[in-house]
Design a protein around this ligand. Sequence first.
Ligand code: HH2
Length: 289
Amino acid sequence: MTIREMRCGSRRMRFGERTLVMGVLNVTPDSFSGDGLLVGVDWLDRVVETGRRMVADGADLLDVGGESTRPGSDPVPVEEELRRVVPAVAALRDAVQVPISVDTTKAEVARAALAAGADLVNDVSALRFDPEMARVVAEAGCPVVLMHMKGTPKDMQRDPQYRDVVAEVRDFLAERIRWAEARGIRRDQVIVDPGFGFGKRPEHNLALVRHLSALRDLGCPVLLGPSRKSTIGIVLGGLPPAERVEGTGAVVALAVAFGVDVVRVHDVRAMVRVVRVADAVVRGWNPVG
Ligand code: HH2
């Protein structure tokens, strides 16, 4: 198995050795799963406390977002997203040692978050929504997550159609990698994500997990974010987000079996346990490692 290191500032991410767990920190009032931390005057304390707890529970990196991208959502004005994300990243930078990613599609937010101590950019639009984003990432030389989405968060769940979802997502990501490379972003700094829940029906999301290994030959680490998403609730007969933890665990374990490198999850403690055992089965157990 190839072990690969990705440089992010003074930190390093190692892929291929074990599955990494990315903890979701939504600095929002309206995230779909009800985990949004932008509540009350002491929201920043809550962000830091949650981030610290995630790291203590085994998170390998933290993903800080200030805009919900749930189906039907409208974009948040840039000033508001900056007001949420920048203090959160700065406070977390002082509190934890793991890499911090900023979940944004806006170049100005990415630039300010990187200046405040973020190490990588997670762009669910794969650098398409803001023409300046590629420049910000290229100049920073930081890792970037390029994710597949059909449409925009506002309209993505309006009757999404695919002939062959796996091939279309794979081709899209291959094109976005080439596009990014042409703008000075190194391929060895790119992480790809099929975009579970972004412009897809349940059968599309499930097929993408089942065929996750088809993304491996893009030559980049693969990230998956199935956590508490509606496909899991639908498979389980309509369970709400708070009751989708076990279903998330099933997807996470299978994603490990199908070659995922990073899972983006809300329930860090539970999913670290799922990942550790799934890794032990798939990659072999190393009791001293
Ligand atoms: N999912 C969400 C947000 N960002 N980034 C990547 N790379 N992959 C994902 O699957 C992904 C993502 C949506 O989940 P969440 O952040 O919990 O909800 P909301 O957008 O409502 O804040």
